[in-house]
Ligand binder design. Structure first.
Ligand code: LMR
Length: 334
């Protein structure tokens, strides 16, 4: 009897390994931006390396541009296991209950990518990704996009210029406070809805890294863009935890390697992609691009940095202090 069950066990194991050899594990990776963006390109890079390294044991299917799910739905789909991987922007984790991620939305908190990496590659970054475990999510990496600028149908030179304007934001309480600090009226919309909302006047303006603005053609429906670079927009690459932990160890190891390589690639191309998109926006002649003076930037900082204190409880006082320590940011010196 014992011999028979052993035989059956061995038979099942070998049959499943035959099935495994024949059928690759499908990993659906959904995202909301165009292929031709830092995130879109990094996702393609990950797919290529994951499939090469696992010699076809993994098949990565990428669904860009909200073709499968919009912002909120994609997070639900990941938790339910309908997709296995996403890279939502850091501004979209609040509704999941991990509001500390909104620290990345604080205006002017990072003066460039180097300061940002001091946080994402350091203790705070590690702690944030670990916080996702209890939500059934495995945090894998941070991928860069870039620094956001304001756009609208009127010139924006001072904080007062956005007063009363309806501004589209991502689903972040910090971004809501940021817009209110300008006297603007924040409106949360899914990324896939922004172009039409701008075109039809549902909202007057928005904020984006230029790669997103350009690839969604938002510059065609916004007359003015001011290079305020007032906040950061980047991503956490995440997987369904049960899926990730359930992968054969060798496959998971290869995916980790592919992810490390894709992260290096993403963070290398992000600035170039945004610079390139800015050149294209300028060349299109469809919107007026304004480069604010140092005094104008300083006025935006004065108006917006108080949001750090206002939202300290939301992002966590201790976390905020760790970020200041890692970057050298001093809110009293503006
Ligand atoms: C947005 O909604 O503006 C961004 O999060 C889109 C993205 O994924 O870059």
């Amino acid at each position: 009897m014992k011999g028979l069950s052993l035989f059956v066990g061995v038979l099942i194991a070998s049959l499943s390994s035959i099935a495994f050899a024949a059928d690759p594990i499908v990993l659906k990776f959904s995202h909301v931006v165009a292929n031709d963006t830092p995130k879109g390109k990094a996702a393609e890079f990950f797919k290529k390396r994951a499939e090469e390294l696992t010699a076809g044991k993994i098949k990565v299917e990428i669904y860009p541009n909200s073709t499968l799910y919009k912002d909120k739905e994609e997070l639900e789909a990941l938790q339910l296991g309908a997709v296995q991987m996403l890279a939502p922007s850091l501004a979209k984790f609040g509704p999941l209950g991990v509001k500390e991620f909104e620290l990345f939305d604080l205006p002017y908190i990072f003066d460039g990518y180097e300061q940002l990496h001091a946080v994402t590659n350091g203790e705070v970054g590690k702690k944030l990704l670990a916080k996702l475990d209890s939500k059934g999510i495995k945090g894998l990496a941070f991928w860069d996009n870039g620094f956001k600028s304001f756009s609208a149908n009127k010139p924006i030179k001072t904080p007062a210029d956005l007063k009363g304007s309806k501004m589209r934001i991502q689903s972040s309480k910090v971004l809501e406070a940021q817009m209110r600090a300008l006297g603007a009226l924040p409106q949360v919309l899914a990324f896939s809805e922004v172009y039409q909302a701008l075109q039809t006047g549902v909202v007057d303006g928005t904020e984006n890294p230029i790669s997103n603005l350009y690839t969604q053609k938002m510059h065609e429906v916004q007359k003015h863009l001011t290079l305020t670079n007032h906040g950061y927009l980047g991503y956490a690459v995440i997987a369904n935890k049960a899926f990730w932990d359930g992968l054969p160890a060798d496959v998971r190891g290869h995916l980790e390697t592919a992810m490390n390589e894709a992260t290096e690639y993403a963070n290398k191309i992000a600035k170039e992609e945004n610079d390139d998109a800015l050149a294209k926006v300028k060349a299109s002649g469809k919107t007026t691009v304004y480069e604010p003076t140092a005094a104008e930037i300083s006025a935006f900082k004065k108006a917006l940095v108080p949001v750090h204190k206002e939202k300290e409880d939301r992002v966590g006082k201790e976390t905020l202090e760790s970020v200041y320590k890692a970057t050298g940011f001093d809110p009293s010196k503006l």
